[in-house]
Structure formats: C-alpha cells, structure tokens
Design a protein around this ligand. Sequence first.
Ligand code: NCD
Length: 306
Amino acid sequence: MWERKDFLDVDSLSKEDIEMILDYSEVLETHSGRGSKLDICRGEILVTAFFEPSTRTEKSFEAAMYVLGGDVLLHHEAGSSRDKGESKLDTLRTLEQYSDIIAIREPEAGMMQRYADELDIPVINAGDGHNQHPTQAILDLFTIKKEIGCLDDLKVIFFGDLKYGRTVHSLIKALRLFGRNQFFGVAPRGLELPQSFAGNDYEEIDMEDVIKIKPDFIYATRIQKERMSLDDRDKYSYEINAAFLCKLPKHTKIMHPLPRVNEINIEVDKDPRFIPFKQVRNGLHTRMALIALLLNHEDELQKISK
Ligand code: NCD
C-alpha cells in the first residue's frame, strides 16, 4: 500500500517501496505500447516547474502523464512573472492552484522538503542541485533489473564527476537497499564521492583497476560544470572510448543518465553494452508508476496487473 504524499529522496524509501514501483513500472510498460493511452489519470493535471535545464526528465514526466490519460502544464521560467521578481515559492503556490501533482527541479540542494511542506499537492523531486535525483535512481534500477534480472550481488563502478553528480548519489543509496552490492569510484581528484554517500561498501580506484574488477555496470556522468567555479570548469577531462570498451568483459554494461558531453565517445554507441537510451525509455514507465501511485491510483494499477 502506497501512503506517501511526496517523493523527495531515496532515504525515505524502503526496499518494498522500490520493488512496488518497479513492479508497477513493468505492468505499465506492457500496457502502454507506442501510440496507446490509458485512462488512469483522466481529469488530473501534472505541472512541471523546472528551475534548471532539462530534456529527458521534463519530457518523460510530460509523456508519462499523457500516456496515463492525464493533462500537463509546463512552467517555463523565461517569460513568466519570475522575470518581474516573483519568488519561486509564490510561483509554485500559483501552479498548485491549477494542478493535482507537481514535479520540481531546483538548483539549491535540500529545498524539496520546504516545498513539500508548503504545498498541499504531491511534490516530486526532479533533481535538487548536487544532492539527489530520486526518480532517476528508480529508472536506473529498473534498467539494471531488466538487463540482468536482479538488484543484488552487483559490482558497479561510478565514473566521472561523483562530487556533484546527483544521479550517482541517489543510485548508490538505492542500491544499498539490496543485497551485497559493491561500489567503486573512478573520479578526477577533487570530484570524488562525498563522504555522506560513500560507505564501507565503496572503494576509490584508478582507471587501470576497472578491468580487474570485472564490473556489471559502469555508470558514467558528465562534469557538472554549472556547479563549479569558473576557474575549475575546464580543469577536468575523462573519456570512455572503443579501445577501453574492448578491454572490458562482455557482460559489463555502460550506463549514463545523459546528457553526454564528451565523456563517452560516440564510437561506442553501436556496442550493445552501451545502454543510456534504454535508460531514457525506462524513465517513461517508471515515472508513470510514480505519478499513478502518488495520485492514489493503486487500485487501477492492481486491476491492470491481473
Ligand atoms: C542528470 C541530472 O539532471 O542530474 N540528467 C538527467 O536528469 N537525466 C544528469 C546531468 O545533468 O548530468
């Protein structure tokens, strides 16, 4: 039974919550082929308020609500009364008057609880600064489960900007709810995983060690330049290319939340182990499941599960 009003971080989720979302994501995937629509959320409106750029997260929330049979309002900063000096909170309180659920992306870490306290409708964290991106973690888990059938006994190497990469922060926490997973990090000096996300199950390694570990997944991220000082922005570079992929075991999959800038060479795109666009597709069904649960449509989900 789903009983939460909001979806703000991975910390407040149990393994059972995650399994429930993943099970319903699978059901929704089988019930929503391209071009077909459900009527689970008919008459309801999702609003997105993204105070940072987005392609996949915003569009997948929009598509998810459409496929669930609901409607969508997109708030965009440019051209809104934010240009006249209106606060984010007043903007959100306004959008709340026209909608049943809201997905918010926010540059400041840790603001989501404040928004959730202020708003009566369910609030979904669509990324808060360098902190977390819990809906991405759900789609990443769904992808991993679809690829290898379970979420236990995995070796995962996080690669790139682990300091500011919020998708890594949420995914490592989510994977800790499952059994015996081992985590490794390859990061430029200065962009290592913060202590608050590292644990006994996490080890920093060098690029040369990656092959020895025989990981199940390498989860790469771009350098989050927008979170750095101007001086630091061009300081770091790293790349996964075809030569590197050749040395990896056949079972090692390459994941990335996207956008990719230059950390994965496009020469690897045709390799079946490169799966970021599968992650993108999985974002649709996991976000459908989340919206439906947060809008209390578990009965309808159960009905189509039979
Ligand atoms: C990520 C994000 O916004 O944190 N993108 C996404 O939502 N898929 C990763 C990133 O921006 O690098």
